[in-house]
Design a protein around this ligand. Sequence first.
Ligand code: ZN
Length: 467
Amino acid sequence: MGINDIEIANRTIKITAAGKYEVGGRTVRLPDADFSKTIVFSPEEGELLLHKVHSKKGSGKMCRIIVTTEDSFRAASRYNEPLVMNFANAFNPGGGFRIGARAQEEALCRCSTLYSSLVSETAAAMYNYNAAFRNEGESDYMLLSPNVCVFRNERCELLQAPFKVGVITLPAPNRFGEAMFLPEKKIAETMTRRIRIMLRIAKNHGYRSIVAGAWGCGAFGNDARNVSAYFKRVIIDEGCGEWFDEICFAIYGAPESRNIKAFRETFSQYDLSQKPAEDEKNLSAQQALARLKKGNERYLGSRTGTGDISLKRRIECFKNGQHPYAVIVSCSDSRVIPECIFGAGIGELFTVRVAGNVMDDHQLGSIEYAADHLGCRLIVVLGHDGCGAVDAAMNHDPDGYIKFITDEIRKAVGDESDEYKACCRNVLHSVKTIESSLEIHKQEERGLRVIGAMYRLEDGRVEFDIK
Ligand SMILES: [Zn+2]
């Protein structure tokens, strides 16, 4: 039986205090940081920031903007210490977290150490002020919690690897509460001003990625078409997006929900992930290699897959057919996942997986198909260290069908006794087999290239120059 949200809240508070928890029979320690740390921004300080930090001083390059259907921390797990917006309650730290309520702020509190920052003595400045001036509606007070550690996923399961984010707590006007009788114009001004201040705080504190969302569009009743337009005005029209690498609007809910549709529509021109992937067609071998390297870099810094596996992408590939930009021949080893390693999504990589990445007619037929009919110009044989198949070929004498594989590897390895070098030799042997079988030299004018690469199981890096 599952436990309820109140019990989860209590456990989360205990974990935060203890700095550790048990999962899968192992103790996970939270990073050593002051989770209660809070930096308070009063409305006066916010006003000061608006005058001091000018949006015109950007990099000249607009950040990437994406709209996704996921919860805020799921989106945050893709970035290196991003700043996550907390769509906060203005009067109660954590909103209804302690009583099991289920809006975005409560979800953030259940999954992380955030609550201890919101109930800190420093943070009280915001709540006390808002309580005292309740009649005037909520204030521009904001809280920055720089040391929030996320340790649960959206199903509230404990994570094997917790990660750090910053959280900015800023209440939206509540159309069902204090802001009920505020004129539309005043609400527009207020929300736009708070977005301006929030992004200036993010810039000043060195954040490169922002996880925003349908701020105030849930329980507070604001219209997502309006709110997305306020974001657009500040990010695009005023140029504040140039301060960052990426802004993600993570909106939890069904892909067809009103909030998601509104944000998608507002940012359709800027959200590159919504554009058809024309550039993927017929990449040269060199372009494909550059893309693999970039994807591997992304993979090193991420906790979940970074490829596009959205419904939209699925439909796109269904309608337009597949145009993968590279063929990857890898070992079947469950730790070697080409799409993850290269940050690829649906329709990007044509993969052939076989234990020990050995070559036989079936594999060659698959590669030939991708090269001749799908237009792939780059073929990568991806080996890895600690390969069980290579080890079996070197140190054991397996029987059954496995022998077909180890015999092939033995041919490649010869008398090499170093295991890593043996794995490299095995890769290069497959490269040669592909080259000679497909008569690559005759195809070179078509720009076809076959290369070997090695994947490091522990650090996730792919080495492209192997000997
Ligand atoms: Zn292997």
